[in-house]
Each structure stands twice: as structure tokens, then as C-alpha cells.
Design a protein around this ligand. Structure first.
Ligand code: MG
Length: 388
């Protein structure tokens, strides 16, 4: 039976934070909670080792998680090694193998954990590790180089570090007897002469230690949780008046009345732009193209659509398809639908078959039915640009 010991006992010193760094939030939850939640998919129980003063906060968050497995809290010791030992005291007799994990490594992935566990099953030990890219120098106290180890023989080790429990208990007992303090649990096993096996880790499994690590972790997390698709909706209304052209989806439609607005009042394109911006959570067109800005007086909305498409592309999104509904009692729009679709497809850079424009009346009901104005609804699906 697998259990995990998650170490959350550190202070915020290196993070220049008043609070325990594992309680800082990242992507809507605390670093500690994210670590626990990921590990919970791979073990039958978890012990969280955390400072006494952080118990209440950690416990409240853990309760909300409904992990479905036991999750116990205990105080940390003075050193990392002491904290692991405190955690081991709470392991139940049925526990045969254990993962030791830094609570601050909340970007750990399932494959890394499975690799560690598979290694423990075969070798009794499994330590997540990655090759080293930098050349490493061994130096003396004056920073004079003593040697340059062969990089191919070096690995950077992370957590989880997995062990057969009897082996880890023995290694900790021996270290305590000898007064030895190691920087990780593997080193305690190594010094007993027991071979320690490394498993394949992941470079993204970083330990959040310094303030700049938070930024990098946020970036990695955003990439990880970024969905493939985003949906957006837009709605707009313009009043019908005399002496104005009627322009819908860039098509000039012969009509005695036209839409009133600061720009060319292309209500359909306005709804579409809002849908695109909405899908990517980039605000709305009122914010992007203010209607009191003279630059947009009489503006061609198709040009503005082009700018919106460029903007969402810089954010890593591209439109996949759109469905637009125009609500107008008159004029009859059916003869212009295919030109409208072609116009939109060309600016959006997608096939005409992915652009739907529909028109409907309201049976003379409401402002559209009385011919006072035209409204438009647009929904759009945006797709993540691969590699962004
Ligand atoms: Mg408008």
C-alpha cells in the first residue's frame, strides 16, 4: 500500500514572503493543495507535514478537497529530515511503500509519479530526476575550480522520492544514530550502501523557491490548463434611421433606412467581434474601439474585425467557426447572406463552410418587429494555436 508524505514545513524566507510559501495561491488553489490533489490519485493515504501555526489554514483547505483517502496533518521538525521522520510516524502498518514529496513542487505530473512507483516496485527505490544541461564545476571555498564532472554522469534530482518503507525507516534510523543530516532522503539510503535507482522526472516539476519561480509556475500552469477551445457570445443592437447606409457583414444593402452609430454601425460584425473577444476574455469592442474616439467615426467594421482577429492571434487563439443571427423585420436579407459569409470568412481566415449567417424576423414583435432597429447575436468557437 502506497502512502505519500508531503512536506510543507518551510518558511517563506527565500520567497521573501511573510507566509509559508506552500500556502500561496497559484491557479486558484494553494501550492500545497495542488500538490496533495495530484498525489492523491496515486496513493492510498497522505501525511502532510506542516508548521503548527499553518495547521488551521491547511486543514480547512484539505477538508474542502474531498480526496476520498485519509489525509493526516502533523507538525514539522527542525530540518527536512526531521519532518520526514515526523511524517513517517503517522503511516499505518499496512503502508509498504512511501513517496516523499516537496509540497512546493505542485507542477508534478502523473507520469513522473508513476515512474517513481514503478522503479520502487523493481529496485526498492525510485527518485525523480532529469539530465543536467549546465556544465557543473566542483569548486573550493574561494570559488577556484577543482574539477569538472562528466555531465553525462550527472542528474538533477527532484521529488517525489519513493522507497520501500522498511528501507526508508532503516535509513533514517541509521542517519539519526550517526548524527548525519542529508539534503534528501535518497542520500540516507545511499550511505547505507544500498543502490538507489533514479527514474525519469520532468523539467517542469520545479520547486517553487524564489519569487520569480511563481511567475514561471504560473506560465507553466496556464499552458497546462489552457483548453483547446474557447467559446464566446456577442450581442449588439443599432437603431434604424433615415439617411444612413445599411451595412451588414460588410455588405451594403439597398434600403431606405440605415443603422445609426459612431462607426458604420455594422451590428452583425459588432456582435461577432464581441463574441471573439469574449471567447478569449479580452474585453469588448466598447473598450477596444471607444465610440467617443474620433478615430472610429464612420469606421469600416470589417477593418476593426481584422484588428480583433490579429489581437486574438497574438494571444494564441484563432477562430474555428461562427454562427451569427441577424434579427430584422425588414429588409429581406436572404439575397445577401452568401456575400456576408464570404466577407467574414475572408477576414477571419477560415473557410466559408465555417461561417454561418442567419436572418430572422420577430413576427412584428418588439423593436426589431416594429422596424426601429436591428439586433445581432453571434457565437464563435476559438481554437488554441498549437505550440503557443
Ligand atoms: Mg455596435
Amino acid at each position: 500500500m502506497w502512502w505519500a508524505i508531503v512536506l510543507g514545513g518551510g518558511s517563506g524566507k527565500r520567497m521573501q514572503s511573510e507566509r509559508n510559501k506552500v500556502l500561496l495561491h497559484l491557479g486558484g488553489e494553494s501550492i500545497l493543495i495542488r500538490s496533495v490533489r495530484i498525489l492523491a490519485n496515486h496513493v492510498q493515504g497522505i501525511v502532510v507535514v506542516i508548521r503548527q501555526e499553518d495547521h488551521a489554514e491547511a486543514s480547512a483547505c484539505l477538508d474542502k478537497l474531498s480526496l476520498g483517502i485519509p489525509c493526516l496533518l502533523t507538525d514539522g521538525g527542525l530540518t527536512r529530515q526531521d519532518s520526514v521522520r515526523c511524517g513517517m510516524q503517522l503511516l499505518p502498518p499496512e503502508c509498504t511503500s512511501v513517496l516523499i514529496h516537496d509540497g512546493a513542487r505542485c507542477l508534478v505530473d502523473g507520469q513522473t509519479i508513476r515512474n517513481v512507483q514503478a522503479s520502487v516496485d523493481v529496485y526498492g527505490t525510485g527518485i525523480a530526476s532529469t539530465p543536467v544541461d549546465d556544465t557543473i564545476k566542483v569548486v573550493d571555498a574561494d570559488s577556484m575550480v577543482l574539477s569538472t564532472p562528466n555531465r553525462n554522469m550527472l542528474r538533477a534530482v527532484q521529488t517525489p522520492q519513493g522507497f520501500r518503507l522498511d528501507l526508508l525507516v532503516q535509513a533514517h534510523r541509521k542517519a539519526m544514530e550517526d548524527g548525519f543530516v542529508g539534503t534528501d532522503d535518497a542520500s540516507l539510503v545511499e550511505r547505507m550502501g544500498v543502490p538507489v535507482h533514479l527514474s525519469e522526472g520532468n523539467r517542469t516539476n520545479m520547486k517553487i523557491t524564489h519569487p520569480e519561480d511563481m511567475e514561471r509556475a504560473r506560465f507553466l500552469l496556464d499552458r497546462e490548463i489552457r483548453p483547446q477551445f474557447r467559446i464566446g457570445h456577442g450581442y449588439d443592437v443599432h437603431r434604424l434611421v433615415e439617411d444612413r447606409p445599411l451595412i451588414l457583414c460588410g455588405v451594403r444593402i439597398p434600403c431606405q433606412l440605415g443603422l445609426l452609430g459612431h462607426s458604420d454601425a455594422d451590428v452583425a460584425v459588432h456582435a461577432l467581434m464581441d463574441a471573439l473577444l469574449g471567447a478569449c476574455a479580452l474585453g469588448d469592442i466598447g473598450h477596444l474601439f471607444p465610440d467617443n474616439d474620433p478615430a472610429y467615426a464612420g469606421a469600416d467594421s470589417m477593418m476593426l474585425l481584422d484588428r480583433v482577429i490579429r489581437l486574438i492571434r497574438t494571444e494564441g487563439w484563432t477562430p474555428a467557426n461562427t454562427d451569427l443571427t441577424l434579427i430584422a423585420q425588414k429588409p429581406r436579407l436572404a439575397p445577401f447572406i452568401s456575400s456576408m459569409r464570404e466577407n467574414l470568412a475572408s477576414v477571419m481566415g477560415i473557410p466559408v463552410s465555417c461561417v454561418s449567417v442567419k436572418a430572422t424576423t420577430t413576427e412584428h414583435l418588439g423593436f426589431e418587429g416594429r422596424g426601429e432597429g436591428i439586433s445581432a447575436h453571434a457565437v464563435v468557437l476559438c481554437q488554441s494555436i498549437s505550440g503557443h
